[in-house]
Design a protein around this ligand. Sequence first.
Ligand code: SF4
Length: 464
Amino acid sequence: MTAGEGPLLPCNRLIMDELPSFYLMSLGCPKNLVDSEGMATLLRRAGYGSATDPERADFLIVNTCGFIESARVESRAVLSELTRNKEPEQRIIAAGCYSQRYPGRLAESIPGLDGLIGTRRWMDIVDLVEQVEARRDRRPASGPVTHVSHTESYGRDPAGIVRGAIQGATAYLKLADGCSRSCAFCAIPIIKGPTVSRPPATVLADARTLDELGVQEIILIAQDTTNYGRDLGMGYGLTELLADLVRAVPQVPWIRLMYGYPSPTGLSDRLAETMADHRQILPYVDLPLQHAHPEVLRRMRRPANMDRVRRGIARLREAMPEIAIRTTFVVGFPGETEKEFRTLLQFVKEIRFDRLGAFTYSHEEGTAATALGDDVPRQVKEDRRERLFAAQQPISLEKNRALVGKVLNVLIEGEGEGVSVGRSYRDAPEVDGLVLVETELPIGQIVPVRITTALEYDLIGVRS
Ligand code: SF4
């Protein structure tokens, strides 16, 4: 996915030789995508043209993901391929989480790399590109690369940069960077540092800009959206922001909340009431719980009071009976016994989540969990993940069957050969299901669809 495209027309250096150009590829999560858009905007503002084809750009920038090993493997593969295929005069830069976490290792494994910039310093991309350009003739054939220092925490957002990324009719809007939790398995706080919330006024201003650009859905993202604002010390948090947002952008029909945290303050009555009070806020929440056995949760250094979690979920369902709740779990965490896993399995059957994701545990260097020993065999982890999915499948199908005959609003995202495909309020992009509609409908519009058929994860319907 390239973030080089945007409101400005892409420039092609073959036809505009005097204007250096960049090609930017964004890997990983929507939070990275927002940073990619920020870098692209800064470069365009500084006079660089954005190219949609790597062969036609002076600078190749990859916004890497370094969250887990499989993401690092993908980042290295992309960088290696671009380095192999590039012309000698083209310059290549690695940005993002991988560059932040392992700059030395990345420079070693990609010998042709010209520059590195960590995720906390995305706003310095123009400086880095200029530095790389300045030493164009002096850089030896292999290293050292130009590296923007990355140890400081996030700086202020540069003026006039919208911290959002538009994908079709949907925009991701970033509320904060970093994470102040201390989950034992997670490297994000090491990579990104503590939570730095964006001031409410700038979040609201960005939402208005996205509204003016015609988006139909704003997805609020952060490592932990429910912790929004605490570091600002203003007594202003997520619920206040949600209430202000619906006033700021009354025409945006869908506002979706991702990545909550199941603490008493995160999963609060107030959140349930605020969501229920405002029709624009979709009755949908992504609440990664990671596990359900109190001992495993204690080892994970996460909230372990499952009765409180149950009450929180019940409150959400009381306030919004139609709410779709998504969660994710980690299986095979150090010391996870069969009995502990069965507690998780039972919990999944009891709560009947609408959407469920599951990951197998692996050690991440520098995290607290590495002291525990990765003692669950790989095959056992895989089996447990499959058992979790097998438990969820009939629940998902039953929930989908209950929707047959009902009308859901669907945001159309693609069409062709007599069908359209979109998402309802129950589906976040990329991670949840789809609704197939047996008609070609205009992309980017929300249309009512009568559900006719339920599949395990997806739905089929006709225009109502
Ligand atoms: S809340 Fe999420 S991002 Fe933060 S440490 Fe825990 S798992 Fe990592």
